[in-house]
Write a protein that binds this ligand. Sequence first.
Ligand code: SAM
Length: 452
Amino acid sequence: MKLSELRATLREIRVSPVKTLGQNFLHDQNLAHWIINQAELTAEDYVVEIGPGLGALTKLALEKGARVLAIEKDARLANFLRERLDHARLEVINTDALKFDARALFSQHRVKLLGNLPYNISSALLLKFLEYPSPISLWLFTLQKEMARRLSASPSTPDYGALTLRVQLYHRVKYLRTIPATVFFPRPEVDSALVRILPRDPLELPERDDELLLILIRLGFSQRRKQLKKLLQKQVADWDAAACSVGFNPKARAEELSLLQWIALANFISPSPRPSPDLTNNERFPVVDNKDRILRYASRSDVHGNNLLHRAVHILIFNQAGEVYLQQRARWKDRHPLRWDSSAAGHVNAGESYDETARRELKEELGVTVPLEKISKLPASERTDQEFVWVYRAEVSGSLAPNRSEIESGAFFPQTIIDGWVAARPDDFAPGFIECWKVYCRKKRASRGTLI
Ligand code: SAM
């Protein structure tokens, strides 16, 4: 829309731009095309647009063939868009984007997030929609120029800070171009910039304890001008040894450390644990026949290498809201690394019953001991990696303590979201989980098993 059309439309629908909603509408057609081209949209894409306003970007995204979900807080604009664009591939919802549950987007195959974000809540929106794990494969945001610089900053520059690291830990950020205030009506007080954000491949950075890392970063940048040595003295006992091992100046300030150095510092304090190879080598599993009767015992490598039938448990943990905890398998696992899986799972060891294994795995992987309910038994098949699997469920009220050596990450998800996610992106999951989830869903309404 040209500026004259934009003004006329606002008059026609009796809307005066609301400052608290960050209503600055784009009226430069060429720029709108340029922005949309950066998203490389096709008919395969599901675009989520935050704050579509009068539809400057929405219309162009639809022209590329994408499906669009437009989230607009102002009811007048949401109604206008529905009427004016009236497109089969457009859904407009009138809600606050901060209240939108982004996890629902896992049920879409490929999601791209667009928005000329309302300035006043842009950092809250950013952090919400950049949370890990995320179903989004591309973020294209127009932000205040200063914020865009912070997101894309490099070490030893004034813009580099805790926000930079927090975002770059999971994403690659590119500052695409500065957007002058003059292309918006009304004209905002500052210039903007377009940034493109892509998710990092999880293997791009070393494994680490993110909770510890983010604490270090927060403390390190709490007083930018102070040396890190003073700010982190409680966390790092031998600072000089840390500086030497990670390779930075012992007098460094927070802004001098790269993301990789921050990660190395966290790993110096708390090295990433791995199960000892001795432990794994000494494991013995029962090998069973096709009726699950024990034939003999064998090592993990023998069982997996020769596709021998064996036994396992999967446990689904529910919180009080009825959500299920899913774990992302550790990167070092020999089977399905980094895929999503049941809350806890593991092999039955020699001399162990299924129930004993379930209790042990729950304690080892999630640090909890709660009553378990037996749900169903799956026959061994290729989909279960030749495992007979007993599926259990349990409820927790407190928090879990995921074992970092077993679990890359984890989160609770509503059951309907898991259903949609499994249907849209089955390759995100370990195949055994999909089998367990199907069985659980079938049995959900049937009578419950015995508490153990
Ligand atoms: N995309 C349009 C454009 O480029 O012309 C409008 C951009 S304007 C900067 C921001 C838009 O976000 C406005 O339409 C405003 O009503 C909407 N908005 C403000 N706060 C919102 C929120 N919390 N959730 C969803 N939309 C919001």
